[in-house]
Write a protein that binds this ligand. Structure first.
Ligand code: G3P
Length: 219
């Protein structure tokens, strides 16, 4: 399973990259705004900086919602760096744009997926990734993990190469559940990823090992 970090914060991206387990980054306009990145030039510069930090898979979202605008923005984003994956919203014009990008060999991430039918359409159009937002479904008392399971079944039924990128992850248990269900990728905040490290028995066990080692060495 690939691990992406869901942030535009450079320090957090570097920390995850230094951990040696990072496969990519997902951003969106809200995450860019959170870092105070605004204006086309700053946004472009920020994407370039992120590409310099990580090995591949930097999702950069188009702002346009019409086909021509998405194609223009997406082609410009893809030209920035081969690591860029053009992130396109799940709307009618977005499906057309995904089909267009697919034909041009430009990788896409279809975002804001909340139903299996939406994921099926995006896969049919040739999306590289689909991003079901499981946390936001959980937030409205709908089972986000069930959606991951349904999409996995559909993609496997037909051998769609589109990868399931589980997004809107809220914590470490979401990550483990996605792994059990066969998601190809998770994108999560740094805190959810590093929470996977933690177990109190690991901490107490290590403390005992180190204390016993010191005692045996007469320290
Ligand atoms: O990047 C898209 C998605 O992961 C957003 O998550 O936490 O805003 O629901 P969230």
């Amino acid at each position: 399973m690939k691990f992406f970090i869901d942030t535009a914060n450079l320090a957090q991206i570097k920390e995850a990259q230094d951990l040696g387990i990072l496969d990519g980054v997902t951003t969106n306009p809200s995450l860019m705004a959170k870092e105070g990145i605004s204006g086309d030039a700053s946004v472009i510069a920020h994407y370039k900086t992120i590409c310099d930090i990580v090995d591949d898979n930097v999702s950069a979202e188009v702002i346009a919602t019409d086909f021509e605008g998405m194609v223009k923005e997406g082609e410009a984003l893809a030209a920035l760096n081969p690591k860029i994956v053009v992130k396109v919203p799940m709307i009618k014009e977005g499906i057309k744009a995904i089909k267009y990008f697919s034909g041009k060999g430009i990788r896409t991430n279809c975002t804001l997926i909340f139903s299996a039918g939406q994921a099926l359409l995006a896969a049919k159009a040739g999306a590289t990734y689909v991003s079901p937002f499981l946390g936001r479904l959980d937030d409205i008392s709908t089972d986000g993990l069930q959606l991951i399971e349904d999409i996995r079944l559909i993609f496997d039924n037909y051998g769609y190469p589109t990868q399931i990128l589980a997004a809107s992850i809220r914590g470490p248990l979401h990550i483990v559940a996605c792994a059990k269900l066969g998601a190809d990728v998770i994108t999560a905040p740094l805190a959810a990823i590093t929470a996977l490290l933690k177990h109190p028995l690991t901490d107490s066990g290590l403390a005992t090992f180190l204390a016993d080692h010191a005692k045996a060495a007469g320290k």
